[in-house]
Design a protein around this ligand. Structure first.
Ligand code: 5GP
Ligand code: ZN
Length: 102
């Protein structure tokens, strides 16, 4: 499967992860829309939130948001999930945006 986020979480591009565990990797967005713009990405390929039926993974994604922001000392931030092309989803491997001012 030709999925850019699968390749990134598999380490194919040596992307630096700001946080990682068995389920999730977090890295910087290549085209940041805020001073801090991170992507929280499940290691398992799931196309979008519509295909996410694993409640454990749902919890892991939000838990990774908390672990990442805690680690980086980010206290105030927005989270965003685009689901479907019409809503602005460009990469069809589920990801959660973290957006913050420095
Ligand atoms: P979406 O619009 O699907 O919710 O968000 C996709 C995000 O992935 C965009 O903010 C875009 O800048 C980011 N992105 C796309 N390709 C890459 C990539 O190869 N590396 C990284 N780090 N981010 C990417
Ligand atoms: Zn993928």
């Amino acid at each position: 499967m030709d999925c850019i986020f699968c390749k990134i979480v598999n380490g194919d591009f040596n992307t630096k992860f700001v946080y990682e565990n068995d389920y999730v990797a977090v890295f910087k967005d290549i085209n940041p829309k805020a001073p801090i713009h991170l992507l929280v990405v499940p290691k398992k390929h799931v196309e979008s939130l519509n295909e996410l039926d694993d409640k454990n993974l749902m919890g892991e994604l939000l838990s990774a948001v908390r672990e990442t922001t805690k680690k980086l000392g980010i206290k105030s931030y927005k989270t965003l999930i685009n689901t479907g092309k019409e809503a602005g989803q460009e990469v069809f491997h589920l990801h959660l945006h973290i957006l913050a001012n420095a």
